[in-house]
Ligand binder design. Sequence first.
Ligand SMILES: [Zn+2]
Length: 131
Amino acid sequence: MDPTGNPISPLEQALHAARALVLADLASGEVAAADVVSMVEDSVVQRRWWVEQWPAGAEYVAGLVAQDVQDAILERHGRWPLCPVCGSGDPHALDVEPELGPDPHWVCHKAGVKVASVGSLGSAAGGTPSS
Ligand SMILES: [Zn+2]
């Protein structure tokens, strides 16, 4: 429900889902600091505007928010999320694929593997499932 009592629109649902997925990945990497959460909020605000212009892009929002937050963290904190697959060599970040498409995944280009869906990074990083 929005504040006027109407059902949440599909666009709002997509934005809520994107926010939750990226926050879950941030929490799995223990980087859910206050400024990082605000980066997610900033991205959601910008993508709300974007998806209102182009409603067909609703299913792309999660991947876009993930990339926005990744860029913002890189500026302030450094690479995120670090690759959990490659045990040796230089630490490197995962990338979101597709950059503009549904069902976004974190991938390691060095190893050439899909690591996890956006929102499921915690279970791929060797952590135990929370359920
Ligand atoms: Zn890697």
